[in-house]
Design a protein around this ligand. Structure first.
Ligand code: HEC
Length: 158
């Protein structure tokens, strides 16, 4: 029993380590910009500013859902394809464009999703933020994950 418990502890610690892997990663294309901004030097790129706008919007959607409301404003995140990034050319890379298109399809679906599946569709949007971030910008992943909801705990009114 003792052995079982200690093995359980070890595996929990190991899996926690894995989920935190992206935190503080400085190798990703996005972190220079964030670091600069925190130091108060340099300008934020258009894309970084737009990302923060989306981050706030999705926090707002989660907040509304927790109050049992379905936000009425439609989300328009198409600038993810056109805003100029910190790292020149990154938004023209085929992988970036594919991730962005999948993401935009989920956002468009969320705009038309009925109340009973809204929380589930919201999570699909957040997971498609994370999918792109896994390849292009691991730093903010822990922060983005906070927007996920447990659909079992959400009752959104029609
Ligand atoms: C198609 C890829 C892609 C998708 C989808 C995506 N991101 Fe990003 N994100 C990036 C890239 C690339 C950067 C770096 C931008 C830069 O520095 O110009 C970034 C940067 C960020 C940042 C840091 C901004 C800063 O202050 O420097 C946050 C926060 C963020 N994204 C949140 C989100 C959220 C929330 C979503 C979903 C609603 C999302 N992202 C969807 C690629 C993506």
């Amino acid at each position: 029993m003792k052995l079982f418990l200690s093995l359980l502890c070890v595996s929990i610690i190991a899996s926690c380590g894995q989920t935190d892997k992206g935190v503080g990663d400085t190798g990703a294309q996005c972190s220079t910009d964030t670091a600069k901004r925190e130091l108060g030097v340099g300008e934020s790129s258009e894309l970084a500013a737009f990302m923060r706008h989306m981050d706030k919007s999705m926090a707002g959607v989660k907040k509304a859902m927790k109050l049992g409301q379905k936000p009425t404003a439609k989300l328009d995140f198409t600038s993810i394809l056109t805003a100029s990034p910190t790292k020149e050319g990154i938004t023209e890379e085929p992988d970036y464009v594919s991730y962005a298109q999948v993401f935009l399809r989920h956002v468009e679906a969320l705009n038309h999703t009925p109340a009973d599946s809204f929380a589930h569709q919201h999570n699909l949007v957040i997971n498609s933020c994370i999918a792109c971030h896994n390849s292009f910008c691991t730093g903010p992943i822990a922060r983005i994950k906070k927007h996920l909801v447990n659909p079992d705990n959400i009752r959104v009114a029609h």
